[in-house]
Design a binder for this molecule. Structure first.
Ligand code: BES
Ligand code: ZN
Length: 615
């Protein structure tokens, strides 16, 4: 693999010398894509797809408009498990093509012979049952229980399992699509979507602004739309539509807050689609239609920061393109900053500061753990030969948040805001890998207050934090610590001043009281008063279950089972299954419940949990 990369680098250097290349942007090598964009690049897609719920199959024709180097004789696409039935050029001319032998992680390269001057490549194909980027849900896995549901999840390299594409985060394409679904069902894609179901079951989409393959997405099911205003609203199954609409009602002012900070929203719309429980993430930033887990409907708007995060991607994704999944941190680095700035505007700085403090606390807890987790602290991992999905974990987010905070402390928010805004106004996103980013941004952004090389290298490449990083603790947490101290001395929680606490204060409280051996009766009393086991906030529940499993309060095990039965979000399932596994009395339960519920989980969640249960 390494040799292959070296050869590709050399080829690129030679290519740079030729005139065609001089006008183009240099696209660095991505170890997770077979495509050779410096020779032939797919820049626009016209896609016609048909969804068959009986066969659990998408049959489609992908017509790619391509841009090629003068003498390019081949274009290469990524595929995973696709059955290719025909490949034609331009006006339906046949051509030679070949699917390479499949790699377990990357799939197969599809190599298509080009003629002189070829402008379009048409690929007729259908998906197979191992399409990792699609989840087909039976009617009983939906909330209305009457129709099946289908959704895609492209990040990191899963889109190739339902679209032959150049599947690298560095490459973007515009698209038009026609999608046929069973009449009566709604269909949406990462494009402006219709508010109404099509009677015939045929939908049309058009997104003229280029997006990377991992954000090309669709969902089909029996869901409806309720608008907030003329550019935002909620798609959800009927039973959840109203509660979701209430929960996310501050979306329009949130968009306005982000626009005040960073200029016009790069997308013409921003809707939220609430998915069935198996959706493996809290949120996914699919353009113009964020995909959201149903657990975000906490009942008290306490998880809307996830909406702020996916909304932040609308701006951060236009700042730069990460060259490969090894540079994934770059994408979340600016997103986490923009998210926090939005939260500050919406909820005030002290609220945002609590979120940041909690992230720091989790980071410190993780740092105190095993060797394997420390490796996950390397922000720029070597992913060659590895599945990128298994390394894009919670730790990278916590470290990125800490790094951004150090930068913010030295530069000040004002100058970072101005820099982001200016950059968005002045140029389209370019491709950066970590080293080209560091080079450019040391000059531009960090110029007035550069991070010294040791600090920067520790942030990026070491499984540790720099010595000069001083985590800030939220001022609101001082009160929590005082209350926790009193509770630990035996006071009852009802008599302590916790009245106006937010969910973050409670999460911090649960972390602080996690010391010594807490008697079962005290934890039971806490649960009785505050109902943590049945909280509407799934993140708080996860922190609670970690605590009680560590302290053997096993009376709440039925609530833990109910949680792993209804949750699909990987991050939360992982912490709860890990806590079960770490308690020797509960290990058999972890195995039993995983066996029982794993078919409800999305494959990406299932794979990750499997690593915990069979280390
Ligand atoms: N794009 C990510 C989700 C993702 C990460 C998908 C890695 C596949 C691999 C999304 O923007 C995200 O970060 N979601 C977070 C929420 C956020 C508040 C940190 C999530 O779902 O937990
Ligand atoms: Zn994100």
């Amino acid at each position: 693999m390494k040799l292959h990369r070296l050869a590709a680098c050399l080829a690129m250097l030679i290519c740079q010398a030729c005139s065609w290349y001089a006008a183009q942007e240099t696209i660095p090598i991505d170890p997770h894509s077979y495509s050779q964009p410096n020779k032939a690049l797919a820049s626009h897609l016209a896609w016609k797809g048909q969804v068959d719920f009986t066969l659990k199959r998408i049959t489609a024709r992908a017509s790619w408009v391509i841009e090629t180097e003068k003498d390019a004789d081949t274009i290469v696409f990524d595929t995973y498990g696709l059955v290719i039935t025909e490949v034609l050029l331009d006006n339906e001319q046949p051509t030679a093509w070949k699917l390479d032998r499949a790699d377990a992680i990357l799939g197969s390269a599809l190599r298509i012979a080009l003629k002189k001057g070829t402008q379009t490549v048409h690929i007729q194909y259908h998906t197979s049952s191992n399409a990792k980027g699609l989840q087909w849900l039976e009617t009983d896995q939906t909330s209305n229980q009457q129709h099946p549901f289908l959704f895609s999840q492209g990040q990191a390299i899963l889109t190739r399992s339902w679209l032959p594409c150049q599947d690298s985060p560095a490459l973007r394409f515009s698209f038009d699509a026609e999608l046929k679904v069973p009449p009566g069902l709604m269909a949406v894609m990462s494009a402006p979507n219709s508010a109404h179901k099509s009677l015939s079951g045929t939908y049309h989409f058009s997104n003229p602004k280029p997006i990377p393959a991992y954000l090309f997405s669709l969902a089909v099911g029996d869901f409806e739309y309720k608008a907030f205003d003329d550019r935002s609203g909620i798609f959800a199954e009927k039973s959840m539509l109203e509660s979701a609409w209430q929960e996310f009602a501050n979306l329009p002012p949130m968009i306005k807050a982000a626009e005040r900070l960073f200029g016009d929203m790069p997308w013409s719309r921003f809707d939220v689609l609430v998915l069935p429980p198996s959706f493996p993430f809290g949120g996914m930033e699919n353009p113009m239609i964020m995909f959201a887990a149903p657990t975000l409907i906490a009942g008290d708007r306490s998880l809307t920061n996830l909406v702020a995060h996916e909304l932040a991607h609308a701006w951060s994704d236009q700042l730069l393109k990460h060259a490969s999944w090894e540079d994934f941190w770059l994408n979340e680095f600016f997103t986490s900053y923009i998210e926090r700035r939005i939260i500050e505007e919406m909820e005030g700085p002290s609220y945002a500061e609590m979120m940041h403090s909690l992230s720091n606390l989790e980071l410190a807890r993780n740092l105190a753990h095993s060797k394997m987790q420390k490796q996950a602290l390397i922000l720029v991992p070597d992913l060659e030969g590895k599945d990128p999905d298994l390394v894009l974990g919670a730790l990278s987010y916590q470290k990125v948040t800490a790094m951004m905070m150090q930068l913010e402390n030295s530069l000040g928010k004002k100058s970072i805001d101005q820099w982001i805004k200016k950059r968005l106004e002045s140029r389209p996103a370019r491709v950066y890998n970590t080293s080209s980013f560091v080079e450019t941004y040391q000059k531009e952004l960090f110029a007035s207050s550069p991070l010294d090389v040791t600090t920067l290298n520790t942030w990026l490449y070491a499984p540790a934090l720099p010595n000069n990083y001083v985590p800030r603790i939220s001022a609101r947490f001082a009160n929590v610590e005082a209350v926790a101290g009193l509770w630990l001395q035996g006071e009852e929680i009802t008599y302590l001043p916790t009245g106006a606490w937010s969910v973050y204060e409670w999460m911090y409280f649960l972390r602080v009281i996690n010391q010594g051996q807490l008697p079962e009766a005290r934890l039971a009393a806490l649960d009785e008063t505050l109902q943590f086991s049945s909280s509407g906030n799934a993140e708080l529940q996860a922190v609670w279950f970690q605590l009680i499993l560590q302290h053997n309060y096993l009376g709440a095990l039925p609530a833990v089972e109910a949680y792993v039965a209804k949750t699909g979000r990987r991050k939360l399932l992982l912490v709860v299954y890990t806590a079960l596994w770490n308690n020797l009395l509960c290990r058999d339960k972890a195995m039993l419940w995983f066996d029982k519920y794993q078919m409800r989980y999305h494959p990406v969640a299932r794979n990750s949990i499997q690593q915990v249960l069979h280390p």
